[in-house]
Design a protein around this ligand. Structure first.
Ligand code: BTN
Length: 264
């Protein structure tokens, strides 16, 4: 079982993207456990080709290099492991309970996004022999920005939030980072869970317990169209089960999921 410590923390005042940095390090043979954290990213990456922006010094922008022994069907669990470690870390440091909006957002009780997770993998043969393929998982946590709704563009008001807004006081980014890496690393950490069938089952179970999407009316946007239904569960691989309106239950492996508000 992996007992990676996540104690090789590389800090950057400014970098294009911590995910890009770790993918390049991985291609050069870096082991699991390297961490990259930045005060500012000039080309931060979000899901689906979007950018991820935050003012310098405001938010936690961090990526971790994993080399999990996962089959192709289980890869979403790498995102899950980091998302759950972040939920735990935010609770540890601020007492705030977050939920996971499937597949990759951490949201508050009003469904406002506090953090996003982006996993990127490189399945090319490892540069250094014997290493499992890398998965770089990055997370951006809104710590101090936005400071208030007024900081947000109008279309994000009510849809994004920060720890500062939730707690009304500053949260130290380094304290949150330390808590995140503690929840991820070591024999009982979320990363080690990826290495065993029992651990993976536990991740899927904890995702179900933390998931605000399950029980919600959703629209699922796929590359080739969209459909609506009610999210009913999470598979052992961390995928979303959606009972559709006329086509039985579908398993969503990847896609954009919109929580459809009643009447909206
Ligand atoms: C999303 O919600 O679209 C995912 C956002 C992920 C952003 C983080 S910030 C640290 C890491 N480096 C990146 O370039 N992106 C991720």
């Amino acid at each position: 079982m992996s007992q990676t410590a996540f104690d090789d923390v590389r800090r950057f005042a400014s970098i294009d993207s911590t995910n890009r940095y770790l993918l390049d390090e991985a291609r050069a043979g870096a082991p699991e456990g390297v961490v990259a954290v930045a005060d500012h990213q000039t080309a931060g990456r979000g899901r689906l080709g979007r950018s991820w922006e935050a003012p310098p010094g405001a938010n936690l922008l961090v990526s971790v290099l994993l080399r999990p022994d996962l089959g192709p069907d289980d890869r979403h669990l790498a995102t899950t492991a980091v998302a759950l470690a972040a939920v735990d870390a935010v609770s540890d440091t601020t007492g705030t309970a977050l939920a996971v909006k499937w597949p990759n957002d951490l949201v508050d009780g009003q469904g406002r996004k506090l953090a996003g997770v982006l996993a990127e993998s490189d399945l090319a043969p490892a540069a250094a022999g014997g290493l499992a393929p890398p998965v770089v998982v990055g997370i951006g946590v809104n710590v101090a920005w936005p400071g208030a709704d007024e900081d947000l563009p109008p279309d994000l008001v009510g849809r994004a939030v920060s720890l500062r807004m939730l707690g009304g006081r500053p949260v130290d980014r380094d304290t949150l980072l330390t808590a995140l890496l503690a929840r991820l690393g070591g024999p009982d950490g979320r990363a080690a869970a990826l290495g065993t069938a029992e651990g993976r089952a536990g991740l899927a179970r904890d995702l179900l317990a933390a998931c605000s999407t399950v029980g919600t009316r959703v629209r699922v946007d796929l590359a080739d169209g969209s459909f609506e239904g009610t999210a009913t569960g999470i598979t052992p691989e961390g995928h979303l089960l959606v009972a559709t309106d006329g086509d039985g239950t579908r398993t969503v492996v990847a896609g954009d999921v919109v929580h459809v508000r009643p009447g909206g």
